[in-house]
Design a protein around this ligand. Structure first.
Ligand code: NAD
Length: 414
């Protein structure tokens, strides 16, 4: 969590509720700040706006404090969902908060970030995922998340007994865990208390065993494109743990070529690994009672790896971008099915992350990718892993169907 004073600005009732919540975390919470005093975070609540002219009071109040935000500080805007507003002026005002948040994120300096927490129309600010989302955005766990919006749609979710071990007692599967982002996801989920099943292709067996050892988990050598991949994961979980709570679809490949030169092997293998395998595994998981927690508990979680390529597109990656945009469509469309099990499904879209996959990119292109974002650096595998661990946690139960970018607000597809 941010160490120093947190200032809450805004005129609506949400700002009072958030200030009270932060006090329960023993933070130094302020409604005003002295000139030149350093602050770690500013939370700007825009819930009382009804037309764009109403933005100025809170926006300019926030602006006056920005020079006092410490390095690696945080700004979080809190507002109601624009999509829920049918009144043109109200929707314009709420969309206005999105615009100012994105632009402000580009103006932040020295590792500080700006993100939005978007609440459904009638959602009580006391909902577990409002607390969970705020904690995530105010912590070092969201270091490479900037200019993004975390939506809270429902009161679902459960606050953990111990914020440092939110996954205690849960069983998680991570595919593609032999190296890179997948290995980091396994490590962060383990730190958060989960028991791990790590999956990768037989050819990566040695590295997979090393990951399994590091996280005191079990290894399952499996090509996720196998027809029965979902069933084999379920059988392994049933045999070794008797439960399955979290599935992270991380395994992915690139086979870049301009579309004019694309061959069927490149196209088909990327679609098969990056999206068709996930769709098939989800069908198997959702058909099995092992992946269906009883009512009143934190439901099952699926988190899938998309990419900013699937959002912005990227030269040479038509196949990859098709697969990753497909992941975003899949999570949005699967949300209702998971909700019926009190669970969630979300995607994380990394930008440029320093791994063996991206080490293959020519040096000059890599250097451009590092510079073309608001934080002026590449991300690390644990930046992605921290966001996935939050979305997999009980506190995130009110967020589903979302794709959250972990990209330092980069300007190009990666
Ligand atoms: P990586 O190549 O370092 O690791 C991917 C792992 O997946 C490997 O261990 C590989 O053996 C495994 N894998 C591949 N095909 C598999 C299959 N059929 N069955 C089981 N395992 C399989 O990649 P990474 O950079 O760590 O990327 C992880 C995920 O994040 C991928 O989905 C990737 O598309 C996504 N991503 C990465 C970046 C980045 O900048 N590195 C950016 C956006 C998205």
């Amino acid at each position: 969590m941010v160490p120093g004073p947190v200032v809450v600005v805004g005129t609506g009732t949400v700002s009072d509720e958030i200030a009270s919540l932060l006090l329960t975390w023993d933070l130094d919470v302020r409604r005003h700040v002295e000139p030149r005093e350093r602050v770690s975070a500013v939370i700007a609540c825009f819930d009382a706006i009804s037309t764009p002219a109403d933005l100025s009071e809170t926006a300019l109040g926030l602006g006056r404090m920005l020079k006092q935000v410490a390095p690696s500080g945080r700004v979080v805007t809190v507002f109601r969902s624009p999509d829920a507003a049918s009144d043109p002026a109200l929707r314009a005002a709420r969309k206005g908060v999105e615009g100012l948040t994105r632009s402000l994120a580009h103006e932040m300096r020295a590792g500080a970030t700006a993100n939005g927490l978007v609440l459904a129309e009638d959602l009580d600010a006391g909902a577990p995922s409002v607390a969970g989302g705020l904690r995530f955005l105010l912590s070092g766990r969201s270091a490479f998340v900037s200019g993004q919006f975390l939506t809270v749609d429902s009161v679902n979710g459960v606050l953990p007994g111990d914020w440092d071990r939110p996954l205690e007692g849960q069983v998680a599967v991570v595919t593609g865990a032999a190296r890179g982002i997948g290995a980091s996801i396994a490590e962060v989920l383990h730190r958060d208390g989960a028991q791990l099943i790590v999956v990768d292709v037989p050819a990566a067996g040695e590295q997979l065993a090393a990951t399994a050892n590091r996280v005191s988990g079990t290894a399952l050598q499996l090509d996720i494109t196998a027809d029965d991949a979902g069933e084999r994961i379920l059988a392994h979980a049933r045999q070794h743990y008797g439960r399955l709570d979290i599935v992270v679809h991380n395994a992915g490949i690139t086979r870049d070529k301009l579309l004019a030169n694309m061959d069927p092997a490149r196209w088909d293998s990327v679609i098969a690994v990056n999206i068709e395998a996930q769709l098939r595994m989800n069908r198997a998981l959702l058909a099995d009672d092992l992946f269906n927690r009883p009512e009143g508990t934190s439901g099952p979680r699926i988190v899938s790896l998309a990419s900013t390529s699937g959002i912005a597109g990227n030269r040479g990656q038509t196949n990859y971008a098709a697969s990753k945009a497909g992941v975003m469509g899949m999570v949005a469309a699967s949300s209702a099915q998971l909700e019926a099990r009190h669970g969630t499904i979300n995607a994380v879209a990394p930008g440029f992350i320093e791994t063996e996959m991206t080490a293959k990119i020519p040096f000059a292109t890599r250097e451009v990718a590092r510079r073309l974002n608001s934080l002026n650096q590449g991300g690390r595998p644990d930046d992605v892993a921290e966001t996935i661990a939050y979305l997999a946690s009980p506190a995130a139960g009110g967020t589903s169907g979302l794709t959250l970018r972990v990209c330092g607000q980069n300007l190009v597809g990666a």
